[in-house]
Design a protein around this ligand. Structure first.
Ligand SMILES: Cc1cc2nc3c(=O)[nH]c(=O)nc-3n(C[C@H](O)[C@H](O)[C@H](O)COP(=O)(O)OP(=O)(O)OC[C@H]3O[C@@H](n4cnc5c(N)ncnc54)[C@H](O)[C@@H]3O)c2cc1C
Ligand code: HEM
Ligand code: HEM
Length: 304
């Protein structure tokens, strides 16, 4: 029978002992060695084949010192995962000192930039063994770059502000301006020409599948409300300026908005006109001296 399964995965899902940057120089210990370190001032434990020296952490442990003393020198994998989110290990990776020789980690730790092993959690083109004519190496490089950026910077900001109802942190949007990520939210356009974009992409080569990658990756921050305020106004507000603005307006508005220093919105919808754009009631009339437009009316549902 023909083998219908895709080839074995070459994707590396990072696991617990990979958390510290020092992973290549990690020492190997035996279970018996760890057993010797079972006192309050010399306390090691094993979690998922990794060895942690908690001697300096015992008194700081939010769950108390006594629980750690109960498992001092032992394998505390089950107790640990029963009471903590796995991310705790990433945060406290500094206590990792080695691994147990001959043991392999079984728990998967979400580490910035990695692919999810959960079935259907990733688009098909990222799965090993599948080929797509639409995505090339440049899309893969960009996907990896944005995944890391999203995991490290956007997701924490999104989770925080989804709860407190505040807008994305302005510094984050400015950082995205510096890295030219804002620029990539608007699809291929002439304002990208001459730019070196993340993932080693030339502005001229930027295509709609690159934009799709960026949009899909950011949607992984898991915060639907936050995402609308995450440059949603720019994504729909800047194209009219790019396509129809005078040169003067373009020069004034586009660089500032892309740099994350100014916000822009597209104000079409009104209380009495949504789909029916011809029914707009807001008026713009020239001031008597001809210098300004005087706006009158109401707008509604305008995304910033
Ligand atoms: C989260 C959010 C953010 C938004 N951000 C912005 C923004 O930044 N800027 C902005 O300008 N607007 C924004 N909008 C408004 C949005 O664009 C309008 O909701 C949209 O234009 C539809 O208008 P409406 O809600 O008044 O619905 P209506 O126009 O009242 O439509 C109601 C229903 O009737 C149907 N319908 C309407 N006309 C016809 C027709 N001629 N034939 C057949 N069916 C029809 C529609 O499909 C719809 O199902 C936002 C809306 C939301 C929910
Ligand atoms: C590397 C080892 C460990 C670290 C870094 C650690 C860290 C933490 C942190 C940060 C918390 C606060 C809650 C949270 O953020 O999830 C916590 C709570 C707790 N921990 Fe640990 N811990 C470790 C090992 C253990 C072990 C081995 C046990 C049990 C034997 C344990 C028992 C508890 C308990 C009971 C709580 C309180 C849970 C609650 O109030 O809901 N911890 N720990
Ligand atoms: C006694 C008369 C009225 C009262 C007491 C009243 C009260 C209100 C209140 C309290 C709101 C705020 C709603 C909210 O925050 O959710 C509101 C919104 C609004 N009202 Fe009125 N109103 C009256 C008449 C009118 C009339 C006659 C019109 C139009 C001709 C009108 C148009 C609107 C519009 C467009 C909004 C904004 C709706 C939105 O943002 O969703 N109102 N009104």
């Amino acid at each position: 029978m023909a083998n219908i399964l895709p080839p074995p995965s070459k994707t590396r899902y990072l696991t617990v002992p990979d958390t510290a940057a020092k992973k290549d120089s990690l020492k190997q210990f035996s279970v018996d060695e760890v057993k010797q370190h079972n006192k309050e001032d010399d306390l090691w434990i094993i979690i998922d084949s990794a060895v942690y020296d908690l001697s300096k952490f015992v008194d700081l442990h939010p769950g108390g010192a006594h629980v750690l003393l109960q498992v001092a020198g032992q394998d505390a994998t089950e107790a640990f995962f029963g009471m903590h989110r796995s991310e705790v290990l990433t945060k406290y990776g500094r206590y990792l000192i080695g691994t147990i020789s001959g043991q392999k980690p079984v728990h998967i730790l979400p580490t910035p930039g990695t692919l999810s092993p959960v079935p259907y959690a990733e688009p098909m083109w990222l799965a090993e063994g599948y080929k797509s004519p639409y995505y090339n190496d440049s899309h893969r490089r960009l996907q990896k770059y944005i995944r890391e950026f999203n995991d490290e910077f956007v997701r924490p900001d999104a989770q925080l502000h989804e709860l407190d109802g505040k807008r994305p942190t302005p510094e984050l949007i400015r950082k995205m301006g510096d890295l030219k990520i804002n620029h990539m939210r608007l699809g291929p356009n002439k304002f990208l020409h001459g730019l070196d974009l993340p993932g080693g992409i030339k502005g001229e080569d930027y295509d709609y599948f690159h934009e799709l990658v960026v949009t899909q990756e950011f949607s992984r921050c898991g915060a639907r409300g936050y995402m609308d305020g995450f440059q949603g106004g720019m994504v729909i507000g800047l194209p009219p300026v790019m396509n129809f603005g005078s040169k003067k307006i373009q020069e004034e508005v586009i660089p500032e908005v892309l740099a994350g220093r100014k916000w822009i919105s597209l104000a079409v919808t009104e209380a009495f006109a949504g789909s029916d754009v011809a029914g707009l009631r807001t008026t713009a009339t020239k001031s008597e001296d001809g210098k300004y437009y005087v706006l009158n009316g109401t707008k509604k549902w305008i995304t910033k």
